[in-house]
Design a binder for this molecule. Structure first.
Ligand SMILES: Cc1cc2nc3c(=O)[nH]c(=O)nc-3n(C[C@H](O)[C@H](O)[C@H](O)COP(=O)(O)OP(=O)(O)OC[C@H]3O[C@@H](n4cnc5c(N)ncnc54)[C@H](O)[C@@H]3O)c2cc1C
Ligand SMILES: NC(=O)c1ccc[n+]([C@@H]2O[C@H](COP(=O)([O-])OP(=O)(O)OC[C@H]3O[C@@H](n4cnc5c(N)ncnc54)[C@H](OP(=O)(O)O)[C@@H]3O)[C@@H](O)[C@H]2O)c1
Length: 535
């Protein structure tokens, strides 16, 4: 009798992909269903290509708009004539920051394949991205099939929204315990940056260095009560099965004011006020104050209108989590997780405005309190696999967070690779975060080099990239010896300026033309030797 060989298991998701065994197995099954069982099994590489969205819609896969410093108008121009899903990607803020639960590419593919209905998840893109996505989304139903991605793209969505182990995605957070906070700035600083500790032992969550931590914060009660007063409502009014106060504290975003709130107000008022509300809902700026309008400012601006609490709440957006780079190492301190959080506070007119999550961590939560959290896996931001590989880390301000984690991890695991940190901030006296720790790491030899740049100590600004240029020859030597380069912190200006300095250093000390230096740095990126975590 012939022996029947069982069909070999279809392995589409590479072993190295960042999924648990259960997730990998589920995904393999999911792909198998999609990809016709009788077809030749895909190799790991082919599987990865599917994950990246090889779609057969004629697009070449290039993304010239993928630059977080380009304004949306320019990005959309660069995407002209491309399939809808690619134009949707161009509408996003291009930071691949992970706040939406995807990277930009996967989020756009998910919307275009109609497996993601939420168009307002791009935090750095804000309202202009949401508006552009709404406009593009209207094209979806009219679009011929060819401009939609093939079903093979869909699994990117499944990764984020269907499979959600508790604490592993924004869609399925878990409770962690807040332990403590400690101010990192000293007297005389213009900044307020906190070292924050969480206890993960209760929830059992772990992470690797490079990952970020998602926090579901709560709104300020004082702000909520002022809004309730402006509505002329009682805070105990029942909405969505909770009190109005609870819903406003826990469930909805109070900044910025969404277009749907302006739409609601336009229905409830008349004359010039209606025109104004309509214009604001269309993204126009009739009074030149649109950028400053949070929910409370809108109620003050349209003070003659008092929407019903239920309609009001329905017009608001859900409260979004915020991500923070993890600044501790699970290998060094299992069960504990730290963050390095710059507090956002500013004044508009006479009113103090509070950044939601940063002030929540700085003042609205007490030791022992539980917070809804999740670990956001890093996309391509990690220590080198080979522990001997030297690393150059450039992280001014809160950008130091993941590098503290890298250093603690390398110490805990005994990684022999050399470590060089460029840190900078406003003033050496007051803004040298973790100075004791970093100096001790230098003394112990863990930190091979520590290069500092203080922007406000002297008469002229001096930034990390200025320090890098000063020691460019050594930077080049490290690169030539195989070092990985990492940047973390401000996306809009710092990251670009540091990259430019790196190109200049490669050109000058690596004896290359500027074009050759640009492609050298481009190659570093392609090989995963130049990684960024910017926001
Ligand atoms: C992957 C990733 C990692 C991150 N890591 C860190 C980290 O390690 N540490 C850290 O501190 N942050 C980090 N962030 C940023 C963090 O997620 C939040 O965006 C930040 O803390 C602000 O959030 P918030 O809720 O406090 O403020 P929000 O309520 O979101 O308010 C911020 C908004 O307020 C407005 N605003 C701020 N300042 C002013 C001003 N002066 N005038 C007018 N408007 C203003 C802007 O519109 C701004 O977008 C990271 C972000 C990402 C995506
Ligand atoms: N929207 C903005 O304009 C803006 C500006 C700064 C920060 N942020 C955001 O605020 C958050 C926290 O910031 P943070 O506390 O980490 O620090 P930060 O405010 O970004 O500042 C850290 C250090 O970087 C310097 N810096 C400013 N511009 C730079 C550049 N182009 N290249 C290199 N260094 C530069 C700062 O100098 P000086 O401040 O003395 O110039 C300071 O010494 C981040 O989310 C960041 O993106 C936004």
């Amino acid at each position: 009798m012939n022996q029947i060989t069982p069909p070999s298991k279809l392995e589409i998701i590479p072993q190295t992909a960042p999924f648990s065994d259960a997730q990998r197995s589920w995904l393999n099954g999911f792909f198998a269903g999609l990809l016709n069982e009788s077809a030749t099994p895909l190799s790991a590489e082919q599987g990865a290509a599917v994950m990246q969205g090889a779609t057969g819609d004629g697009d070449d896969g290039e993304a010239p708009w993928h630059d977080q410093t380009l304004p949306i108008g320019e990005r959309m121009k660069l995407a002209e004539g491309r399939p809808l899903r690619r134009r949707m990607m161009a509408a996003m803020a291009q930071q691949d920051c992970g706040q939406c639960g995807y990277n930009c590419h996967d989020y756009s593919d998910a919307i275009a394949s109609k497996s993601e209905a939420r168009l307002n998840l791009c935090v750095p893109g804000g309202k202009e991205t949401a508006r552009m996505l709404k406009a593009l989304h209207e094209e979806l139903d009219k679009a011929p099939a060819a401009s939609s991605p093939s079903p093979a793209v869909v699994p990117a969505v499944a990764v984020s929204t269907v499979i959600a182990e508790p604490g592993r995605s924004r869609d399925n957070p878990i409770a962690a315990t807040f332990l403590s906070r400690r101010l990192l700035n000293k007297k005389g600083s213009e900044k307020e940056t906190w070292h924050i500790d969480f206890d993960l032992s209760g929830c059992g969550l772990d992470y690797v260095v490079g990952d970020s931590f998602g926090i579901f914060a709560k709104n300020d009660l004082g702000l909520v009560d002022q809004i309730i007063a402006l509505l002329g409502a009682s805070h105990t009014t029942e909405v969505r099965g909770k009190t109005l106060r609870e819903v406003l504290v826990e469930d909805v975003s109070l900044s910025p004011a969404p277009d749907t709130l302006f739409e609601l107000l336009s229905f409830l008022t008349g004359g010039a006020q209606r025109e104004k509300a309509r214009a604001l809902a269309q993204g126009e700026d009739p009074d030149g104050d649109a950028a400053t309008l949070d929910v409370m400012a809108v109620l003050q601006k349209f003070s003659n209108v008092r929407p019903h609490p239920e309609a009001f709440v329905e017009a608001l957006e859900p409260l979004q989590p915020r991500l923070y780079s993890i600044s501790s190492s699970h290998n060094a301190t299992p069960g504990k997780l730290s963050l390095t959080v710059d507090c956002v506070r500013y004044v508009v007119g006479k009113r103090k405005r509070l950044g939601l999550a940063s002030t929540f961590l700085a003042e609205r939560i007490n030791p022992g309190d539980e917070v809804k959290v999740y670990v956001q896996k890093a996309h391509g931001f990690a220590l080198p696999q080979d522990p001997k590989t030297p690393i150059i880390m450039i992280g001014p301000g809160t950008g130091v967070a993941p590098f503290r984690a890298f250093l603690l991890d390398r110490r805990a695991t005994g990684a022999p690779g050399k470590n060089w940190l460029f840190f900078g901030h406003q003033r050496s006296e007051s803004d040298f975060f973790y100075s004791d720790e970093l100096n001790a790491m230098k003394t112990s030899g863990l930190l091979t080099r520590l290069s500092l740049a203080w922007s406000r100590d002297g008469a002229k600004k001096f930034y990390v990239q200025d320090r890098m240029r000063e020691v460019g020859r050594e930077v080049w030597t490290w690169l030539a010896d195989g070092a990985n380069v990492y940047i973390c912190g401000d996306a809009k200006r710092m990251a670009k300026d540091v990259e430019r300095a790196l190109v200049d250093i490669v050109a000058q000390f690596g004896a290359r033309s500027t074009d050759e230096a640009i492609s050298f740095v481009g190659e570093l990126k392609k090989k995963g030797r130049f990684q960024q975590d910017v926001y």
